[in-house]
Design a protein around this ligand. Structure first.
Ligand code: SAH
Length: 507
């Protein structure tokens, strides 16, 4: 048995990109991951499928001795020879009880290492446009727990010294004692007009910031309903937010955008929306499934040279064809001599990962128009192999046939609705959606089928479609289309959404 080891890893404050390279690498290779409530769940997607994931943020019915339970769990996993990542919000040694966990491991003789993380104490202010120090305004900062009522006798925090330090104060876990903390600082001589900022869910797309003064912040926070998790920043630096705020100025900041692509395709769109400040909510309404048998495709591939053209209408079709070539003990040389067309840039890109650059990539991504462009080649009498979805729009096959080609359209994959989708959809809609994105007409049809054709749930959402076919389906199913991309790609869709909201701000 190999020797076990526990890494106490800082996950960063929220935004999953704010973890260290080392922390991410350890997540990717861990046997077990023990994580907290404040850890962004997107980080867990990097775990190995076989990794054992334990959420110690909520062990139902086991409130007492919870920290001891976590310590014992870490010790037990380490003693069992596992490579364990103990993933903690922010930095493990900043109010994370990481020190206690390390002590327990040391006592038990279990090997451990610490991977620091970006603490919310600096990240939340940074994302709110507040530098903790500044040559003119603050030459020190203190990070303080606000979990204790400062008016309590024998409080562990010396609020008087902090008030008199003149530096920036960063209070964590201070939400429930906010007004007592403000009063204490005032009573020790801080000016009532001292700027105070509250940053809730710092670095997340739903970050909220509230600015006030020591005199009014508690009332303002109560009125705005700002609760935990939040960081309170006290000091003149909080004023700089007016000039250097940046995160919440992003074009799609605060918008919840529904992404209905397949699980594997969703991430590119989600990433682009997130970079522009939106909160991407993924609800894959279609999933690509392999077929039970591939006899027809296999036969076609084994004698591929009978064909003149191979037309790929999607990246999925590319994947299946190369997967089958591999299964048959063949490789891309089996396609030697064929002309290859790729409809859509994503399709062409996928082909290139297999070392093939398409002979023809139509300028249009819409089936009919793309086929029309193929008419530039003499298609009369040509034999065309067209691998496609089981239920596909027939436009490409019909168009090619109209040009005189003889087309073998072969089903190579199936699109289905994932099982848990209805439940997930209901919870997503309950939280509200600002933008619904549709990247194909089937994403529209599938979503509307899940909604039993009822458009009410989307009536306040801005509907964005990748192109005219998708938009036409949306209109046909009763949706009002607000945005249509002028370039029918994911990047084009995101650009159209961004400029729509920029214009809205300008209005
Ligand atoms: N180890 C963590 C802190 C754990 S204590 C770190 O280094 O960040 C939990 C407190 O951290 C919360 O009550 C809140 O004050 C703060 N906090 C954690 N994540 C936060 C976030 N994304 N935005 C604002 N405050 C956060």
């Amino acid at each position: 048995m190999s020797e076990g080891i526990v890494w106490l890893v800082g996950a960063g404050p929220g935004d999953p990109e704010l973890i260290s390279v080392k922390g991410l690498r350890l997540i990717q290779s861990a046997d077990a991951i023990v994580y907290d409530r404040l850890v962004d769940k997107r980080l867990l997607r990097h775990a190995r499928a076989a990794a054992e994931l334990t959420d110690v943020g909520k062990i139902p019915g086991r409130r007492i001795n919870r920290q001891e339970d976590i310590n014992s769990l870490l010790v037990a996993l380490g003693q069992a020879g596992k490579r364990v990542v103990r993933l903690k919000g922010g930095d493990p040694f900043v109010f994370g009880r990481g020190g206690e966990e390390a002590e327990a491991l040391a006592d038990a003789g279990v090997r451990f290492e610490v991977v620091p993380g970006i603490t919310s104490a600096i990240a939340a202010p940074a994302y709110a446009g507040i530098p903790l120090t500044h040559r003119r305004l603050a030459s020190s900062f203190s990070v303080i727990t606000g979990s204790e009522d400062p008016t309590k006798p024998n409080t562990a925090v010396n609020w008087e010294a902090l008030a008199k330090s003149g530096g920036t104060l960063v209070v964590l876990m201070g939400q429930s004692n906010l007004s007592a903390i403000a009063r204490a600082l005032l009573s020790y001589g801080r000016a009532p007009q001292t700027p105070v900022a509250l940053v809730q869910w710092g670095t997340e797309p739903y970050q909220r910031t509230l600015v006030g003064t020591l005199a009014d912040i508690a009332d303002k926070a109560a009125a705005a309903g700002i609760g935990a998790p939040a960081v309170t920043i006290v000091g003149d630096v909080a004023r700089l937010r007016d000039t250097i705020g940046w995160f919440d100025d992003k074009p799609l900041f605060g918008k919840r955008a529904l992404v209905t692509r397949t699980r594997t395709q969703a991430s590119a769109l989600s990433d682009m929306l997130t970079q522009r400040g939106a909160q991407a909510v993924e609800l894959p309404t279609i999933e690509i499934q392999p077929l039970d048998e591939y006899d027809q495709l296999d036969r076609a591939l084994m004698s591929a040279r009978r064909y003149d053209w191979l037309v790929f209408s999607s990246a999925n079709a590319v994947d299946v064809v190369f997967g089958r070539l591999d299964a048959l003990g063949l490789d891309s040389r089996a396609l030697h001599g064929l002309k290859i067309a790729a409809i859509g840039t994503a399709t062409a890109r996928r082909l290139r990962t297999h070392g093939i650059s398409a002979d023809f990539i139509p300028a249009s991504f819409v089936g009919e128009a793309a086929v029309e462009e193929l008419g530039a080649y003499d298609m009369g009498g040509k034999r065309v192999l067209l691998p496609q979805a089981e239920i596909a729009r027939d436009a490409i096959r019909r168009g090619l046939a109209a040009l005189g080609a003889s087309v073998d359209a072969i089903a190579v994959y199936r699109t289905v609705t994932p099982q848990d989708t209805t439940d997930r959809l209901m919870s997503v809609l309950a939280d509200g959606i600002d933008i619904a994105t549709f990247t194909s007409s089937s994403t529209v049809s599938n979503l509307m089928a899940l909604l039993d054709g009822n458009t009410d749930a989307l009536k306040d959402a801005t509907i964005a479609c990748i192109g005219p076919i998708t938009a036409a389906r949306a209109v046909e199913l009763g949706l009002k289309v607000d945005i249509m991309a002028s370039e029918y790609t994911i990047a084009g869709l995101v650009e159209a959404v961004e400029s729509h909201f920029q214009q809205e701000v300008a209005k």
